[in-house]
Design a binder for this molecule. Structure first.
Ligand SMILES: CC(C)(COP(=O)(O)OP(=O)(O)OC[C@H]1O[C@@H](n2cnc3c(N)ncnc32)[C@H](O)[C@@H]1OP(=O)(O)O)[C@@H](O)C(=O)NCCC(=O)NCCS
Length: 115
């Protein structure tokens, strides 16, 4: 096993690679947005891992990197990914055309998370 890259997650007990999550710049209708993205191997789904790391990425984006707004771009049929976005506090803003298909834009701004 090679060195762990930033944003990758391993299961602590076994050191097994489980998936990844992180922030990436995306163009949405000619505007640059910062996206929280998440992807796990199927056998690790349903344990709350995506919610946990998406939450951490959100806080890192706002509190450490100082972004004012974060988004997630999600296939409308991907109900699990939509649920993760909602649990982390993002709200459905609009649907746009991207990657030759319709994509839901979920968004949250920093001031929505600061008490
Ligand atoms: C989307 C993905 C990251 C979710 O990972 P996960 O670790 O299983 O997510 P969590 O366990 O944190 O949460 C999943 C939530 O979706 C819900 N969910 C799962 N399958 C669902 C379905 N078919 N319909 C509705 N909700 C569903 C779960 O109940 C859970 O919500 P809850 O905690 O309120 O019960 C995972 O399915 C994945 O890697 N998919 C392939 C890559 C992908 O689609 N990435 C997102 C691209 S935008």
């Amino acid at each position: 096993m090679g060195p762990r890259k930033p944003g990758q997650r391993e299961i602590k007990d076994s050191g097994e690679f489980a998936g990844q999550c992180g922030l990436t710049v995306q163009k949405v209708e000619d505007k640059e947005e910062v996206e929280i993205g998440y992807l796990f191997l199927r056998r690790f789904w349903g344990r709350g891992l995506a919610t946990k790391v998406a939450w951490a990425s959100r806080d890192y984006g706002f509190l450490t990197l100082g972004y004012e707004r974060l988004v997630s771009l999600i296939d409308p049929e991907n109900l699990a990914a939509r649920r993760v976005a909602e649990r982390v506090g993002l709200a459905l803003e609009q649907e746009v055309d991207k990657w030759n298909k319709k994509v839901c834009v979920y968004a949250i701004s920093k001031d929505e998370t600061v008490p």
